[in-house]
Design a protein around this ligand. Structure first.
Ligand code: SF4
Ligand code: SF4
Ligand code: SF4
Length: 404
C-alpha cells in the first residue's frame, strides 16, 4: 500500500467527522476572502497557521483541480515539508488529483506531456535547475500549468546546489573530483580502472539501444532563471505556517474562486529582517573574534553576534519566526535577502565589517589585523552565500591565470 493510499485510508475513518467541519470550512473561506482583500503588497501574512478547517467538504463543485509536485535539484526536504500540515494533507486529496509527485505518487513524464496546456492548475516545484532533465521537466510543467510555485530556497535562490557555481571549472571539475578524487572513488579507480579512470558518460550505446543520462550544467540556476514563476515560498525547507498559507490560498481558489495573491508574491515573509523577529537582545558589540556555536556557552536572551557567533539575521528576511536563533543556533539565512538588498552575502559582509573594532580601538587599524580577523571566518563565500548563490551578482568563480 503506497504512502498516499495509507493517508487516504486514514481519511475514511474520520469521514463522519467531516460533516461537522463543513461549516468550519465555509467560515475559513470567508476569513480567507477578508484576508485576500488585505493583500495590497506582495507578501502574505507570515508566522500564523492558516485555518484550513479539519477537512474540506469533498471535492470542489467544479471538480478536483490537477496538482503536480516536482523536485528538480533538491534534497527531498521540501517534499517532506509539504506533509508538515499533518492530517490536513488529506484536504489535498479532497481538492486535487495529484498528477505527479515523484517522491510519493506515480505520474510519468509522458502522462504530463499528453495533457493539454493549462490542464494542471498548480505545479509546486522545489530544487534548483542543475541538469538537462531538471530544465526539460520544469519547462514541460510550466507549459501544462496555470500556476507555478517556486517552493523552497533551492528553487527561489539556488540554495546549496548553487554553491557549485563557485567551482571554477564547473561540471568537469566536479565530476572529476567526485569520481576520481574522493577516497572511496580513488580506491575504486585504482582497483578497477588504473590506466584510465572512468566517470559516468551522458550517452552509452548498448546492443539494446542508447542509454542516456541528464547532462549537468556548468552554472546552477534558480527556477525563475529558466521559466516564468508565479509565486515564491522560501525556506530550507519552508515552515509549517507558510505551507498552510500556500495550501489555503490554493483551497480558497479551488473551492470559492477567491482571487489568488498578485503574481510575484512571496508567501510567508515579513517586510523586516530576522533580527526584528528574533527575541535575543542586541548590543551591537564590536567583534574581535569569530566563534563556532560549539565553542560558546550560549547565553539566553543575548544576541549571538554579541557572543561572537556569526549570525546572518541582519541580512535575512523575516518569516520563519527565528527558529534557529531561538534554539541557540545562528541564522544561516535560508529565507533569503530582505527587499532592500539584492546581495544577501554582500549585505552580511557589510554588517560584519561595521561591527569590527576599527574605530573604537584603533582608528588606523592596519590591514594585517583586519585580514587576521576576517581569516577566522571559515569559508566566507560559502557562509554568506550558503543559500543565495544562484541569485548572486557573483555568478561564478574563475581561476586566476597570471593576468590572463
Ligand atoms: S530548500 Fe532545503 S529542504 Fe528544500 S530542497 Fe533545497 S536543500 Fe532541500
Ligand atoms: S541573534 Fe542573530 S537574528 Fe538574533 S538579534 Fe542577533 S544577529 Fe539578529
Ligand atoms: S533562523 Fe535563519 S536559517 Fe533558521 S530557519 Fe529562519 S531564516 Fe532559516
Amino acid at each position: 500500500m503506497s504512502f498516499l493510499d495509507k493517508l487516504f485510508k486514514k481519511k475514511e475513518s474520520v469521514e463522519s467527522a467531516a460533516k461537522e467541519t463543513v461549516s468550519n470550512a465555509a467560515k475559513a473561506v470567508d476569513k480567507a476572502a477578508a484576508a485576500a482583500a488585505d493583500l495590497g503588497e506582495k507578501v502574505m501574512h507570515p508566522l500564523e497557521m492558516a485555518d484550513l478547517g479539519e477537512l474540506l467538504p469533498g471535492a470542489p463543485s467544479g471538480g478536483k483541480i490537477n496538482l503536480a509536485i516536482y523536485w528538480a535539484a533538491a534534497c527531498g526536504g521540501c517534499d517532506v515539508s509539504i506533509l508538515d500540515v499533518n492530517e490536513r494533507i488529506l484536504t489535498v486529496g479532497d481538492m486535487a488529483n495529484i498528477v505527479m509527485w515523484p517522491v510519493a505518487a506515480d505520474g510519468k513524464e509522458k502522462d504530463i506531456a499528453a495533457m493539454e496546456d493549462g490542464d494542471i492548475t498548480v505545479s509546486i516545484i522545489s530544487g534548483a535547475i542543475r541538469n538537462t532533465e531538471n530544465e526539460h521537466m520544469v519547462k514541460l510543467l510550466r507549459q501544462k500549468s496555470k500556476i507555478v510555485v517556486a517552493y523552497g530556497t533551492c528553487a527561489c535562490f539556488g540554495g546549496s546546489p548553487a554553491l557549485a557555481n563557485l567551482v571554477p571549472d564547473g561540471k568537469d571539475d566536479i565530476l572529476n573530483y567526485v569520481y576520481t578524487k574522493t577516497p572511496t572513488s580513488a580506491n575504486f579507480q585504482a582497483d578497477y580502472h588504473k590506466d584510465k579512470p572512468v566517470i559516468p558518460q551522458t550517452s552509452y550505446k548498448a546492443p539494446e539501444g542508447e542509454l542516456t543520462l541528464p547532462v549537468l550544467f556548468d552554472t546552477v540556476k534558480t527556477l525563475d532563471q529558466v521559466i516564468d514563476v508565479d509565486y515564491y515560498v522560501p525556506g530550507c525547507p519552508p515552515q509549517q505556517e507558510t505551507i498552510s498559507q500556500m495550501l489555503k490560498a490554493v483551497a480558497d481558489f479551488a473551492y470559492a474562486g477567491v482571487a489568488l495573491p498578485p503574481k510575484g508574491t512571496t508567501i510567508g515573509i515579513t517586510t523586516k529582517t530576522m533580527c526584528d523577529e528574533c527575541p535575543r537582545k542586541k548590543a551591537n558589540a564590536r567583534i574581535d573574534k569569530f566563534l563556532d556555536p560549539y565553542q560558546v556557552n550560549v547565553e539566553e536572551g543575548k544576541c549571538l553576534m554579541d557572543q561572537g557567533i556569526l549570525c546572518l539575521g541582519p541580512s535575512t528576511i523575516g518569516g520563519c519566526g527565528a527558529k534557529c536563533t531561538k534554539a541557540g543556533q545562528p541564522c544561516r539565512g535560508c529565507y533569503g535577502p530582505t527587499a532592500e538588498v539584492q546581495e544577501q552575502g554582500a549585505s552580511m559582509f557589510t554588517a560584519v565589517a561595521s561591527l569590527m573594532p576599527i574605530l573604537d580601538d584603533d582608528p588606523i587599524i592596519d590591514e594585517e589585523k583586519i585580514i587576521k580577523l576576517v581569516s577566522e571566518i571559515k569559508d566566507p563565500l560559502g557562509y554568506f552565500y550558503a543559500f543565495t548563490m544562484g541569485k548572486a551578482l557573483i555568478k561564478k568563480a574563475v581561476k586566476e591565470t597570471g593576468g590572463q
